[in-house]
Design a protein around this ligand. Structure first.
Ligand code: SF4
Length: 481
């Protein structure tokens, strides 16, 4: 079985994909033959299209078995259960960022910290998951305001892990402002990887990430230097939040990240959750504006790589891993069945459990349909909850009518929380949704590059997909064949 789509800006070429993720870009005359089942064995594209399963012979059982094996590899995350466990240890934060109005509380507010009994119960839930690789991510608010609780959770998880033999990983999203030398030594000793927010150069960052000192950027940069000195250069990652102001200057954002010594930038549009409509009008944008920005930024990053300067765009790297390899990237926000509740669980400061961080934020705005239950309920009960049963109606992309026909479905995912929040139904029509428009746009951009076949771009894409240094990968000649 194959699906096809006209490649936007592709000069009349069509992209054809199979269930297992094989693809071919073919011109309109060849596509007409393929669609009419009239491609004969003497045609120059026949061997390639047959090998990819797009033309068939009476006995193709070997190819079908191969397709099944690749699909099982691609979906192997299904056997794991939740592997990402997000602990919102406090909602308090001393920033008041433009785009974060509902998921923070004032730094001196009471009743917004997780208590120890809830934290211990959340650790129990983590270890009820069968996943071999477990990540505990500390979030807020600003989680370092409760670093004492972070220490206790790490100690509890490590004590549990001694017998369980899991691969444990800890991460923390932090402004880096409040970490003492002792805290950093603890992060080093317990392998806590830090991730911070840097929205661009100082003026933009300070405007968007408002802090009483008016020096949010300077304090984060100072914290970055201290953290790198203890954890190593790669011990801290950074992410920007892209607002309308950022979109005006893609090169400026890339330059800032390079000047700060980062080797990657994750370009994601602003989440539709967590701030009021009025603010969204001031700082938001539509998906077409994001995609125009994205294409310019990606071109700039590809140029850098062409010049021998290794720099990754992480959103592309995730999609390319799905396109160019039989493996899933592990990114829980883009998989089918969806990661919500099945790959990720969020333990809120108040003891409630949510299937994603977006669901938690929706609850903060009064939409409580996504709560799976209390952290004191067993994992099976949470995963079998009415909220999860409702969300699973939109959790499988291949079962959504529009996705089932879409050529990008082998590489895409389902986001039932997004569709429930924005359209009221986890299984709402995908065509025209922000999620779908974004991914279709990104897939068109990436496949256009693959089809154009520039050897240096293909080398960069392959390096990103295989997670290898660029000099270690060859230049594949046949992607577009
Ligand atoms: S969400 Fe959109 S791009 Fe993704 S598979 Fe469905 S229809 Fe295709």
């Amino acid at each position: 079985m194959w699906r096809a789509i006209d490649l936007q800006g592709g000069g009349g070429r069509a992209l054809v994909t199979g269930n297992a993720g094989d693809f071919a870009v073919i011109d309109s005359a060849d596509f007409a033959l393929l669609a009419a089942n009239a491609l004969d064995e003497t045609h120059p594209r026949y061997a390639d299209l047959y090998a990819k399963g797009f033309v068939t012979k009476p006995d193709d059982s070997g190819l079908r078995r191969l397709e099944g094996a690749i699909t099982r590899t691609r979906k192997s995350f299904l056997l794991d259960g939740p592997s990402l466990h997000i602990f919102v240890v406090t909602l308090r934060c001393d920033h008041s960022c433009q785009y974060c109005q509902v998921s923070r509380a004032a730094v001196d507010a009471r009743g917004y910290d997780m208590n120890l009994a809830d934290a211990a119960a959340a650790v129990d839930r983590v270890f009820e998951s069968p996943a071999k690789n477990l990540t505990i991510e500390f979030q807020g608010g600003e989680p370092t305001l409760r670093f004492d609780l972070v220490r206790q959770i790490v100690a509890m998880a490590e004590a549990r892990d001694i017998g369980a033999q899991r691969m444990m990983r800890f991460t923390m999203a932090t402004t880096l402002h409040h970490l003492s030398d002792d805290d950093l030594a603890f992060c080093h000793d317990h392998g806590i990887h830090l991730s911070t927010s840097i929205d661009g150069a100082a003026a933009l960052h300070n405007r968007q990430r408002s802090h009483p000192s008016r020096q949010s950027y300077e304090r984060t940069i100072e914290g970055l230097a201290r953290a790198r000195a203890v954890l190593g250069h790669d011990g801290v990652a950074a992410l920007p939040t892209l607002t309308k102001a950022t979109l005006a200057d893609p090169h400026g954002l890339i330059d800032t990240y390079r000047e700060l010594g980062f080797g990657a930038l994750f370009l994601r549009p602003l989440s539709p959750y967590g701030f009021a409509l009025k603010t969204r009008r001031a700082i938001g944008y539509d998906m077409a504006e994001f995609l125009t920005f994205y294409e310019k930024a990606l071109d700039r990053i590809l140029d850098l790589n062409r010049q021998g300067i290794a720099f990754e765009e992480t959103n592309a790297a995730i999609l390319l891993r799905h396109i160019l390899t039989p493996f899933h990237s592990g990114y829980v926000d883009l998989r089918s069945p969806a990661g919500a509740g099945l790959g990720v669980l969020v333990y809120n400061y108040d003891g409630k459990v949510y299937p994603t961080d977006e669901a938690r934020m929706a609850a903060e705005t009064g939409d409580t349909r996504f709560a799976l239950g209390s952290v004191h309920e067993p994992l099976d009960t949470l995963i079998g909850s009415p909220a999860m049963q409702w969300l699973t109606t939109g959790a499988v992309a291949e079962e959504q009518p529009t996705c089932a026909k879409c050529a990008f479905v082998p590489y895409c995912g389902a986001d039932p929380v997004h569709h429930a929040t924005t359209q009221g139904d986890p299984a709402a029509e995908r065509e025209g949704s922000e999620f779908c428009t974004k991914h279709k746009g990104l897939f068109h951009i990436l496949f256009r590059h693959l089809a154009d076949g520039d050897p240096e771009t293909l080398r960069t894409f392959t390096a990103w997909a295989l997670r290898k240094p660029r000099h270690e990968v060859g230049v594949p000649a046949e992607f577009a064949a």
